[in-house]
Design a protein around this ligand. Sequence first.
Ligand code: PEP
Ligand code: MN
Length: 335
Amino acid sequence: MITVIKPGVARDKVDNLVSWFKARDLKVNVSDGDFQTVIGLIGDVDKIDVDLIEGLDIVESVKRISDPFKRANRKFRPEDTVVEIGAAKIKIGGGHFQIIAGPCSVESAEQISAVAEGVRKAGATLLRGGAFKPRTSPYDFQGMRADGIELLSAAKAKTGMPIVTEIMNANHLHWFDDVDVIQVGARNMQNFELLKALGAVRGKAILLKRGLANTLQELLMSAEYIMSEGNENVILCERGIRTFETATRNTLDLSAVPVLREMTHLPIVIDPSHATGKRNLVLPMAMAAAACGADGLMIEVHNNPAEALCDGAQSLTPEQFAELAEKVAKIRSVL
Ligand code: PEP
Ligand code: MN
């Protein structure tokens, strides 16, 4: 349920109403927008007399939210959420656009430092690299694990770029102290115990990727798991879904951007690398993502894609990435 406060109402009156709701065992979220304050309520809202609240002189309207996602809901918080990342507080969402770039997997100190330097110069603001890799085959490279995170950390120290890497098991969290954005991969989008554990993490953003066969509502329910434990720094990522089409690795659901924009206030990132699986499709889809209003991109870049241990076919060289960053910036300036 949400209670919309009339414009210009004094703070102490809003606080009184908030205390009244809290005394009734409801979880309260106050969203202060430029024009309006919205009080979101979660819990047994049926015990609230809607007519009584609506009759208060400070209240404009009271609405029930029938969607199962509440904290992630745009109705609950009408303003875009701006997530701040790392010590430098890099902003994403609400008009702030960021490019996350780096290799599928961290492979060596030389590789990650060369790619980090290359993408930073080209305009990427966050460095990605997989250390724990969710591979379809147990015989494929599984990632450098904790050693990979150490190498990412060293690249962060050298370049100043915050780092993004995937977690597969909440028991590994102690290795993620220096990680700025913890990624939940497509395969773990509905690992609810992992989501709850990440909800309890403070001071780090969570990049939540859409599952291979999940609806946007299911994606938002997964965001809700994280947010309901208190970590509201969630960034959503569309990375392609399974369809009957075989010409591309997955099918990029670009309409997810405007659809999610209506459903939620959370930032939305597009990953055209995993969505298409093909290097030559990454640039056009990245430009399209910028054009349709995404808040950021995640792009796989390798200094030697032909020798990559994972996802070489979709990896750009640093030079190709530089062209992409430049063209995306042009699209954004036109907008
Ligand atoms: C990745 O980003 O490295 C990855 C494995 O992506 P996804 O979970 O989208 O397949
Ligand atoms: Mn990959």
